[in-house]
Ligand binder design. Structure first.
Ligand code: ADP
Ligand code: UDP
Length: 239
């Protein structure tokens, strides 16, 4: 079904063409990177966990009416997705301050952000994904004004839905990154992945980090944390 050579290989995933020109195969790799790929590691099983977690979440979001690229799971590490033209913006939603916002603005960690913040970063590894304003995104043609508004609305809707999913599982959704793309019909849909690589999840009782911060900060038990997220999500139906 897939050609041997990927059409794109990134830090965490590979993309392959399929027989259908509108569908891509997205393969999740076992590699982990942080600090713009200055820190790297391989953890066997990480790709499988992220494939499962992201598929689960994207299907949940589809069921709640959020248009996204997910088509179906193919095997342990890959899924079929609708091909889109990625909008070159990383859209970050924050419910609690931590990470780059604390460094950038000197604000303490742990402030509840009500309402949540939506931020845009330019997807450009060479520049270290700089933060940009909506006006800059429009001025430089990275997205049109209506697209920015649509993306912001979708990002906030995803935030509400993810909180409804994770709060009953004892997980606090701290922040996360989304990517959006345009289909061949010009529709803006959610793309890429939603996983512990791209979200910050804190255990609601202990405050334990259950995401890539375990890798960024050398806290150990990275894979165990991802497994814990998958365990709680997959047990959801049995509660
Ligand atoms: P990076 O490119 O930052 O190293 P990844 O390793 O996650 O990141 O690579 C996956 C790439 O696939 C990303 O550049 C992402 O924008 C892109 N992508 C995700 N979903 C789709 C899609 N449905 N169609 C086309 N490209 C996609
Ligand atoms: N994030 C991501 N990819 C990036 C940058 C950030 O998935 O290239 C996620 C990150 O995991 C966190 C959120 O976006 O959940 C906010 O990240 P932040 O801006 O605090 O950056 P960081 O501290 O990770 O550098």
């Amino acid at each position: 079904m897939t050609q041997r050579e990927p059409i794109y290989e990134g830090k965490a995933k590979k993309l392959f063409e399929t027989e259908d020109p509108d569908i891509l195969l997205l393969e999740y790799k076992d590699t982990l990177t942080a600090f713009n790929a200055l820190k790297k590691a391989t953890m066997e099983g990480k790709g499988t966990l992220n494939n499962k977690i992201s598929s689960f979440i994207l299907q949940y979001l589809s069921s709640k009416g959020v248009p996204n690229h997910f088509v179906k799971v193919i095997d342990d590490s890959s899924q079929l997705v609708k091909k889109v033209e990625i909008i070159p913006l990383e859209v970050v939603v924050r419910n609690i301050t931590t990470g780059s916002i604390c460094k950038r603005l000197g604000v303490p960690e742990g402030i509840n952000l009500i309402p949540p913040l939506v931020e845009f970063y330019l997807k450009n590894d060479d520049l270290g994904d700089p933060i940009v304003t909506k006006e800059q995104a429009i001025a430089f043609g990275w997205a049109a004004k209506e697209e920015i508004e649509k993306i912001k609305d979708l990002a906030l809707r995803v935030n509400t839905l993810l909180q409804e999913l994770f709060t009953p599982l004892g997980i606090t959704l701290v922040d996360f990154k989304l990517e959006f793309g345009k289909t061949k019909d010009g529709e803006i849909i959610l793309a890429d992945e939603i996983s512990p690589d791209t979200c910050r999840f804190w255990d609601s009782s202990s405050g334990d980090r259950l995401d890539k911060d375990r890798f960024r900060k050398d806290l150990g038990n990275v894979l165990e944390a991802y497994q814990e997220i998958w365990k709680r999500l997959s047990c959801k139906g049995e509660r």
